[in-house]
Design a protein around this ligand. Structure first.
Ligand code: G6P
Length: 369
């Protein structure tokens, strides 16, 4: 291992702070100089082959699966092709409908996860084209896939994935735009607008990181609890799932991520006085709906920490504390809103005295099924 902690106390923290560079490197030469087009020569499909895709399956495990959930939204929104996202260990055994017109996208930081590799092979056996999004050039998954988009996050050492996850998000934004632009599903002006917003992300991540101290304070409060909830709708739900997983992985605090609108169908029974709820409300069209779900938990005594986009201060009227991420395009919000959640897990784990980089019972790469 040549990677060093570069002065940080843990690899995880270093990797969180590596993210602006990881975003820049993953976008790199994939956005043309005029900022109007995505270039993905590593996707070897012709325009005809892309036009022939009838459905997309995204397969991954753990954190990479959560990137896949964002990828599903991005591709469906931009390309208007049906996308299913599955965890690899379920995919193979549910007899998925795979045809030669299915594009299978496997997402794996290590490129060695046994379940994901087995799903890739199953997809290929059924004649699908397989595109891999991976952080390791030359990994098994990279070698066996037809097309490979490398996330240039650099080596990720901490078991809890941070920069690999967000680089996977960047890869999905690029891929979604690329497919949409190839099939002319979106206006050139729209592509330009999203690309311009993408290029702002590295600087905006730095702005979020600059507020680490205030997140640390919240983390120290949360570390006193045994249960909490993450809620959100749409893309915010995917981020809630990732935030909850991260916290469980390294702090061992139990949390649940819930689609905010689904709370009233059962989970609301678990909201009791003082329970922390992290509420994500970055999606404009869903904002009012999320606010009404927040009011439901507030009414039952929850301590609510809200994450919203700058310029929309409405949330501060209904929650106990807010954290603002810089303004970005709606689709790109997960690449910013997950950053405070990574720091939250890190500082909660630290406050509880756990081994942040090597949590109990978990491995960086799981090569058994
Ligand atoms: C392990 C790690 C997780 C990771 C998952 C998938 O369970 O502990 O952090 O998300 O594997 O790994 P991959 O390398 O396929 O992305």
């Amino acid at each position: 291992v040549t990677a060093e902690k570069a002065g940080f106390d843990h690899f995880m923290l270093k990797e969180v702070y590596d993210q602006p560079k990881a975003y820049r490197d993953t976008m790199g030469a994939r956005i043309d100089a005029s900022g109007t087009k995505v270039l993905l020569p590593e996707v070897g499909m012709t325009r005809e082959q892309i036009a022939d895709i009838r459905n997309v399956h995204i397969i991954a495990c753990g954190t990479a699966f959560h990137a896949g959930l964002v990828g599903k939204s991005v591709i469906e929104t931009l390309v208007r092709i049906p996308v299913e996202a599955d965890v690899a260990s379920e995919y193979r055994y549910r007899s998925p409908i795979i045809t030669p017109q299915t594009l299978v996208i496997v997402v794996s930081q290590s490129g060695e996860t046994a379940d994901t590799l087995a799903a890739l092979r199953e997809a290929k056996r059924n004649g699908a084209r397989v595109l891999a999004i991976t952080n390791v050039v030359g990994s098994s998954i990279a070698r066996e896939a037809d097309d490979v988009i490398v996330t240039w996050a650099g080596p990720e050492i901490a078991v809890a994935s941070t920069k690999a996850y967000t680089s996977q998000l960047i890869a999905f934004f690029l891929l979604g735009l690329y497919l949409a632009q190839t099939l002319e599903k979106v206006e050139a002006g729209y592509v330009k607008e999203v690309l311009a917003a993408m290029q702002e992300l590295p600087k905006q991540v730095e702005q979020v990181l600059a507020q680490a101290d205030s997140i640390r304070e919240v983390a120290e409060q949360i570390a006193k609890h045994h249960n909490l909830f993450f809620i959100g709708r749409g893309l915010d739900f995917a981020t809630a799932l990732e935030g909850s997983l991260k916290l469980k992985e390294i702090s061992y605090i139990h949390s649940e991520a819930y689609a905010a609108g689904e709370l009233k169908h059962g989970t609301l029974a678990l909201i009791e006085d003082g329970i922390p709820v992290i509420a994500l409300a970055t999606q404009e069209v869903l904002f009012e709906k999320t606010v009404s779900n927040i009011k439901e938990v507030k009414a039952r005594g929850a301590q609510v920490y809200g994450i919203h986009m700058e310029g929309n201060d409405e949330l501060s009227k209904v929650v106990d504390e807010t954290f603002a991420i810089p303004q970005t395009h709606q689709l790109l919000a997960p690449a910013l809103s997950v950053i405070p959640l990574q720091l939250l897990s890190y500082y909660a784990s630290l406050a509880l005295g756990h081994d942040v980089d090597k949590p109990r019972n978990l491995a960086k790469s799981v090569t058994v099924e």
